[in-house]
Ligand binder design. Sequence first.
Ligand code: ATP
Ligand code: MG
Ligand code: FE
Length: 352
Amino acid sequence: LTFLAIETTCDETGAAVLAGPRPPLRGVPRVLSSVVSSQVGLHRRFGGVVPEIASRAHVQQVLPMIDEAIRRAGVTLDDLGMVAVATRPGLVGALVVGLTAAKALAMALDVPLVAVDHLEGHLYACQLASPDREVYPCVGLVVSGGHTSLYHCRGPLDCELLGGTTDDAAGEAFDKVASLLGLGYPGGPEIERAAKAGNPRAFAFPRSFLHDARPIFSFSGLKTAVLYALRGPNEQLGPVVPTPEMVADLAASFQEAVVDVLVAKTRQVLAMTGLRRLGVGGGVAANGRFREKIAGMAAEQGVELFIPPMALCTDNAAMSGIALAKLAAGQTAELDVDVAAGLVRPGRKTAP
Ligand code: ATP
Ligand code: MG
Ligand code: FE
């Protein structure tokens, strides 16, 4: 079964063509093509994603991306047997663009429409990247621009939210601290680059909830600590103008604090659940220092780690290939299906 997947949850317009086994649809689909048009250039001067600009850019990009994905896969529209689209969570105006395109195609081609959860997709990227290994059941960690969440995943479509951030998401903290440090947008890659020349022990930044048994995170205090370090010891003397060395030390110390917390809380949840597999997804999972330390922790705990290559960590449509499992489970969407911006509370499943 060849199918199309569409991604427009935030600021990346993505389309992918995947090929899976015919019914009963057991197994992991192969990615035939996956293209992403990033809007970061449009949002850069605002230091964050502007929802209205995002929606308009999706309108411009969604059809060209679909055409390009189909062309690169070497298939035609008539080969498609399903259309998949991420319908939650995300920016409402952005989500609607992808869903509308998906509905129109599904109706015109008379094929099933499948609505998927973007966060389940971020975790499913682990399974796409390791088609011959069993990822589930596992602890799932999503570290992205909007989420820092830990899940108990019994299967790809059965992820129970254990807990998440109480304020900023990890990626959001990277973006905001990069802006404080005068680095570019998006902040994650910029901080990672600056941190290479810095000392991760130069500043003793806070590591929230480290000694709390609950699977929760907080990054806003850390962000404020960076701000105070920049202000210097005496506000009357005015702000410190940081030297490149100081920026590097701040970046390295900040990054180390985020990574330490992510790794420690994940280790706690592995111990709490007794699960022996760990799947990680989301843009922050592209961070080299994070990958190094989470791999070290997994090895030390004897836990099997799944972490996708970078292109499958940041937003893409291929990860919505989780739709194949939904189709197999009979979970198709009606043409009046709507988008949902919001989050689920702990204890609830990702999808309704
Ligand atoms: P969500 O998935 O929660 O809806 P999103 O889709 O915007 O949010 P992603 O595209 O998965 O999030 O990730 C984007 C985030 O990842 C940004 O905050 C960015 O700064 C961060 N990021 C990207 N690369 C790196 C990196 N190398 N180090 C740290 N953070 C990174
Ligand atoms: Mg994004
Ligand atoms: Fe995402």
